[in-house]
Ligand binder design. Structure first.
Ligand code: MG
Length: 297
């Protein structure tokens, strides 16, 4: 199932929906029609497997008048994560290019390199990535597989870790490279709009193997990143188990699993996002997430 959040031109209130083919179904509307109690908040379905199952059942047979054309609605970020945990340096070639062009170590990390981004950084498909020239002239991109937690995880084994995953989405780990402060990435990566997230969450049962997905990123149509999640240094199960050694992962939390090579800082010469650019990310079995870069003050 593809769980999403959308608004319509008639109603600015965000609503949970599912994608069926090229059509969006409003879950609360469908619930009202069928007598099933289905909430408007997408996070409720992440938290409660029984609710998701109920939604799945009623979505199997949706009357034509409850189907909205995907192009006729506006998608928002599928949910606002309680916390976003970023993983730095999780693809070998990116470790190498970062050591050449940024201030990171050339040795492969022996444990996951973790940082965080606040919920206020999240934007949805087609929302503007803020380019504030007063703060940065090095706005950079990173395509990453986003893991959405469904079941609370604390001190879980690597073998059990994936049982805590609700589903998968795409995120762009935007950075202002010139706002790293004494090695801290929070302000560099945590500013408003620096976490495009979406376009929907594909539930884990629909992803054959999250460690075999092609992922790519284009800027203005030109391919900058192209890799596969099999090249992660620390696979998803290991990331979850490691984080949960000391930190509770809750439903709706997101792990941004790291970027492959091909970031702007490592281009020759370095290339950064400019107002008017369009960044398009794609991950196999999930879809496409695109955002424009817009000048702000
Ligand atoms: Mg990253």
């Amino acid at each position: 199932m593809k769980l999403l959040t959308f608004v319509t031109t008639d109603d600015p209130a965000p609503r949970a929906g599912v994608l069926l083919g090229n059509e969006v179904v409003d879950l609360a509307e469908l619930g009202a029609r069928t007598g099933a109690d289905l909430p408007t908040d997408a996070l409720a379905y992440v938290r409660d497997p029984a609710l998701l199952e109920r939604a799945r059942e009623v979505a199997a047979d949706v009357p034509a008048d409850l189907r909205h054309d995907l192009d006729a609605v506006t998608l928002r970020a599928p949910l606002r994560p309680g916390k976003i945990i970023g993983v730095g340096l999780n693809y070998v070639e990116h470790v190498d290019e970062s050591a050449r062009t940024l201030d990171t170590d050339k040795d492969l990390p022996t444990r996951p390199v973790l940082f965080s981004k606040p919920g206020t950084a999240v934007i949805g498909p087609e929302e503007a990535i803020r380019h504030n020239a007063a703060l940065t002239s090095q706005l950079d991109w990173e395509v990453e597989l986003a893991v959405v937690i469904g079941r609370t995880a604390f001190q879980v084994s690597r073998e059990q870790a994936l049982d805590h995953v609700f589903g998968y989405a795409i995120t762009n780990d935007i950075s202002a490279r010139d706002q790293r402060r004494s090695g801290q990435w929070f302000f560099s990566k945590g500013q408003d709009s620096y976490a495009p997230f979406g376009p929907w969450i594909v539930t884990a049962d629909e992803i054959t193997d999250p460690q075999t997905l092609d992922l790519s990123l284009r800027v203005n149509g030109e391919v900058k990143q192209k890799s596969n999640t099999r090249h992660m240094l620390f696979p998803i199960a290991e990331l979850i188990a490691d984080i949960a050694t000391g930190m509770t992962l809750e439903p709706g939390d997101v792990i941004a699993t790291g970027s492959p090579a091909g970031v702007g800082a490592a281009q020759t010469p370095p290339q950064y996002l400019q107002p008017g650019d369009r960044v398009e990310l794609e991950i196999e079995q999930i879809g496409r997430l695109a955002n424009p870069v817009v000048a702000v003050q």
